[in-house]
Design a protein. Structure first.
Length: 190
């Protein structure tokens, strides 16, 4: 190949590179593939149990265990988003967001009067742990019901997708017959 042909080929390559470098920004905004977290909340079973342990108790007294189903709804930036609902407590549901092994959940119960915030880590493909806070509105700083440690266990597969409206789960009662009005299993006195 002659020197002239080599120079022509180099110049042509440079022009080609410059043309691709000036592609309109719409092409540069194509979705970026986000690595799927492993494990996630649905592969391997989307039914989990959560057990609360009273963090203020010197012996971390075990409280309620509830069932939760997760349904993947999409990707937001680096987070995987899910809807969740309880299979064991009436009208308890919300949104979960997962980044890596960290899961952030919030939700409501009792016709949106009661609220939960849960931050936990997936420790293995079948277990996780973190913290659970529950409160009710009071017009001031909120009526904190409890700060608790939370243990999650993958329990299987939810047999049906999240229904609309959410499933009816009968009210729960203590052994003494007192109505329990929150997922933690603590009687709320207002």
């Amino acid at each position: 190949m002659s020197l002239l042909n080599k120079v022509t080929a180099i110049v042509a390559s440079g022009i080609l590179v410059l043309n691709f470098a000036t592609i309109p920004t719409a092409h540069a905004q194509l979705p970026v593939l986000v690595p799927t977290p492993s494990p996630d909340l649905v592969r391997g079973g989307n039914l989990w149990t959560i057990t609360a342990f009273n963090d203020a108790s010197p012996v971390h007294t075990q409280m309620a265990t509830q069932g939760i189903c997760f349904e993947f709804i999409g990707v937001v930036g680096t987070h995987f988003r899910y809807r969740w609902y309880s299979t064991t407590f009436p009208d308890w549901n919300g949104i979960a967001s997962q980044e890596g092994d960290q899961v952030f959940m919030h939700g409501d119960y009792a016709k949106d009067v009661g609220h939960d915030g849960i931050h936990w880590a997936i420790d293995t493909s079948k277990a996780g742990s973190g913290h659970w806070t529950e409160w009710r509105e009071d017009g001031g700083f909120g009526n904190t019901i409890v700060f608790a440690n939370a243990v999650f266990q993958r329990a299987g597969i939810c047999r049906t997708p999240i229904p609309v409206p959410l499933p009816y789960v009968p009210n729960q009662f203590t052994i003494d017959g007192i109505l329990i009005e929150n997922p933690m299993g603590i009687e709320v006195k207002e």
